[in-house]
Design a protein around this ligand. Structure first.
Ligand code: PEP
Ligand code: MN
Length: 337
C-alpha cells in the first residue's frame, strides 16, 4: 500500500500516523520528493481501512498495490485449486457439470432427473431443499425432507449432491451434503460465511445479483480466512438494465476471476438467462471462456415445475447441451492474463 501525503503536511500528524502504522507491524519507507511525500507500507496491510486513511487531513491519496483478498488471490497461491468431491474433480482443467432440478419436488421427480443427467455426463446432482423465493407465497421447498430425498438420490446414482443453505442454523442438517451452496442473496451474509468458514466441506459461492467481482472474492475470503480452503466461485448473472434475460451473464468475469484467483469457477447459465432457449449457447460460451464447469437446471416436466420451469432444460435438451460442452472443452481458453 502507498500513502501519498498532501504538500506541507503537518509533521506532528505525520509522525503520529507512522507510529500508529508501526503498531500494526507495518514498516514505512518514506520518500520525499520535491512536491510530495510518499509512504510505502511494507507488511500485511489487508486489515487497514483504506477509507479511514483517505479521510486523514494530511493524506492526498491511498493506493493498494496488493489485492485485499490475500487467501483468494493468486499472489500467494499461484496454482489452481482443485477440489476433490468423492473422486469428482472441480478445477484444474476438468469440465464438471452439475445438473438437476431447481427444487426437489418428489422422490420420482428427483430420481428420474438424477438418472438421466448422469447418463448425459453430469458428475453431480443439484436440487434445492430450502428455496429462497422472492414471494413468501411461492413454494419454499421441501426443507429437511428434500435433503433426505437428495441423499437417497445420491445413494441410488452415486452422484455427489449440491444444495443451498439459507441460514447457519441449518448447518447440522447438511452433514452428508457434498457441496453446500450459498445463493446469490446470501453472498454477503457475513455471519453465515463465518460459520461456513469453520467447516471442512466445499462451498459453492454464488455471486450476488448486484455485487462486483471484488466483492465476490472478499466473500470467498471470509470462508478461506475461517480455514475452509474448498471454495468454488459461481457466476450466475448480475442485474443490469437489460430485460430480455432474467439477469446478464457476465462472461468476462470468467477470465477476470481466473487471473485474480486460484479458485475454481462454475457458471450458471440457467439463472442468468432465465430462459431455457438461451442455456445451450451460454453453456458453450462459458466453457470456451475457461469456466471449470456449469450448474444447469433440468426438469422432467418444465411446464409443471414448482420453481424456475421456464429456465429448466428437459433431459433430452440437457443431453444435447452436455455433448456440445464436452466437444468445446478441449479448445477452451484458460489463459491467465
Ligand atoms: C439456485 O441455484 O437454485 C438459486 C436460487 O440460485 P441463485 O442464488 O443464483 O438465484
Ligand atoms: Mn432455480
Amino acid at each position: 500500500m502507498v500513502i501519498i501525503l498532501k504538500e506541507n503536511s503537518d509533521s506532528a500528524q505525520l509522525e503520529n500516523l507512522i507510529a500508529w502504522l508501526e503498531t500494526k507491524d507495518i514498516s514505512i519507507h518514506k520518500s520525499e520528493g520535491e512536491n510530495s511525500t510518499i509512504l510505502g507500507l511494507v507488511g500485511d496491510t489487508s486489515a487497514l481501512d483504506i477509507d479511514m486513511l483517505q479521510a486523514l487531513s494530511i493524506v492526498k491519496d491511498v493506493k493498494r498495490i496488493q489485492e485485499p483478498f490475500k487467501n483468494a488471490g493468486r499472489q500467494f497461491h499461484p496454482n489452481d485449486t482443485v477440489i476433490d468431491v468423492s473422486g469428482v474433480l472441480i478445477g484444474g482443467g476438468n469440465t464438471t457439470i452439475i445438473a438437476g432440478p431447481c427444487s426437489v419436488e418428489s422422490r420420482e421427480q428427483l430420481l428420474m432427473i438424477a438418472q438421466s443427467v448422469k447418463k448425459s455426463g453430469a458428475k453431480m446432482l443439484r436440487g434445492g431443499a430450502f428455496k429462497p423465493r422472492t414471494s413468501p407465497y411461492a413454494f419454499q421447498g421441501l426443507g429437511a425432507d428434500g435433503l433426505t430425498l437428495l441423499l437417497e438420490a445420491k445413494k441410488e446414482t452415486g452422484l455427489p449432491i449440491v444444495t443451498e443453505i439459507l441460514d447457519a442454523s441449518q448447518i447440522p442438517l447438511f452433514e452428508d451434503v457434498d457441496i453446500i451452496q450459498v445463493g446469490a442473496r446470501n453472498m454477503q451474509n457475513f455471519e453465515l460465511l463465518k460459520e461456513l468458514g469453520k467447516l471442512r466441506k466445499p462451498i459453492l459461492l454464488k455471486r450476488g445479483i448486484a455485487c462486483t467481482i471484488n466483492e465476490l472474492l472478499m466473500s470467498a475470503e471470509y470462508l478461506l480466512a475461517g480455514g475452509n480452503s474448498e471454495v468454488i466461485l459461481c457466476e450466475r448473472g448480475i442485474r443490469t438494465f437489460e430485460t430480455q434475460t432474467r439477469y446478464t451473464l457476465d462472461l468476462s468475469a470468467i477470465p477476470v476471476l481466473r487471473s485474480l484467483s486460484h479458485l475454481p469457477i462454475i457458471v450458471d447459465p440457467s439463472h442468468s438467462t432465465g430462459n431455457a432457449r438461451f442455456v445451450h449457447s451460454m453453456s458453450v460460451a462459458a466453457i470456451a471462456a475457461g469456466a471449470d464447469g456449469l450448474l444447469i437446471e433440468v426438469h422432467n416436466d418444465p411446464a409443471c415445475a414448482l420453481c424456475d420451469g421456464q429456465q429448466s432444460l428437459t433431459p433430452w435438451t440437457f443431453d444435447r447441451v452436455a455433448k456440445s460442452v464436452f466437444a468445446v472443452a478441449p479448445y477452451a481458453c484458460r489463459e491467465r492474463i
